[in-house]
Design a protein around this ligand. Structure first.
Ligand code: GLP
Length: 267
């Protein structure tokens, strides 16, 4: 796993946007996997800026979101469809018919989940999946104990997640207890994963994800099995990482290599 430690959430957003923008430029028909929550907001703001100021073109991009609350209509301000529309889609030139968010009001959740998986395959799979992380180490809504091979399905939220997400709702009782979410197995099939984390409250989840054992109790740790994960975290989220000095050295060596400053012995 490549680990990039940035000073704060602003630089995390800019650094993450470089990866997304490079892909969109290289492959204008790419398939993006998108996430909600407070963490990717800075990334979306930066991508909107790149669209407005540098003409970053999303017109042929397709997107699939990780998850959605069960029971909320797309017009509900706390639904993830609404979040994506108001924080990202409405501000870029993506064709909104090509944006997919699971339907939290589907009549048959099992059938809808299968259809969601099928749609991802039909589009050729996800090129880059943006991920945040829950304070209990979950990705999407794959709560502790989720199978590491799981596919899109219904999931019951833990009380920790309900508590964490209550800040977005008027009353804690309004937070839905169920969500439709891509599975860990679905996420692992993306060609690249971009994991973002900011703040001290994510430090333990990030340590367990990057340096702990692979375990269904921290579903993000399954990313250790993926061949191309880039974790971009801020100093606070990196606090508990034992090998942070090494991660920095790797980035410095990469930069030296790219800028031609790397010296071969004997030259
Ligand atoms: C929810 C979402 C996750 C997200 C997590 C953290 O549980 N389903 O995809 O990563 O919240 O959110 P935040 O970035 O607000 O801390």
């Amino acid at each position: 796993m490549r680990v990039i430690v940035e000073s704060d959430s602003e630089t995390v957003a800019r650094s993450a946007a470089v990866f997304v923008a490079a892909l969109v430029r290289k492959k204008p028909t790419c398939v993006l996997g998108l996430a909600t929550g407070g963490t990717p907001l800075g990334l979306y703001r930066e991508l909107i800026r790149l669209h407005r100021e540098e003409g970053l073109d999303f017109s042929r991009v397709t997107s699939f979101n990780l998850d959605e609350y069960v029971g909320l209509p797309p017009t509900h301000p706390q639904s993830y469809r609404y979040f994506m529309k108001s924080n990202f889609f409405d501000h870029i030139n993506i064709d909104q018919r090509n944006t997919h968010v699971p339907d939290g009001r589907a009549e048959d959740f099992e059938e809808h989940a299968e259809e969601y998986e099928r749609r991802i395959k039909e589009e050729g799979g996800i090129d880059l999946q943006v991920l945040g992380i829950g304070s209990d180490g979950h990705i999407a809504f794959n709560e502790p104990g989720s199978s590491l091979g799981s596919r899109t399905r219904l999931k019951t939220l833990t009380s920790e997640t309900v508590r964490d997400n209550a800040r977005f709702f008027d009353k804690p009782e309004e937070v839905p207890r169920l969500a439709l979410t891509m599975g860990v197995g679905t996420i692992l099939e993306s060609r690249r994963c971009l994991l973002l984390a900011c703040g001290k409250h994510k430090a333990e989840a990030i340590r367990a994800t990057i340096e702990g054992p692979v375990t269904a109790q921290i579903t993000a740790s399954a990313l250790q099995l993926h061949r191309d994960v880039v974790a971009v975290v801020d100093e606070e989220a990196a606090t508990n990482l034992w090998r942070r000095d090494y991660y920095r050295e790797v980035e410095q060596a990469q930069q030296a290599l790219q800028s031609g400053k790397f010296k071969f012995l004997g030259q």
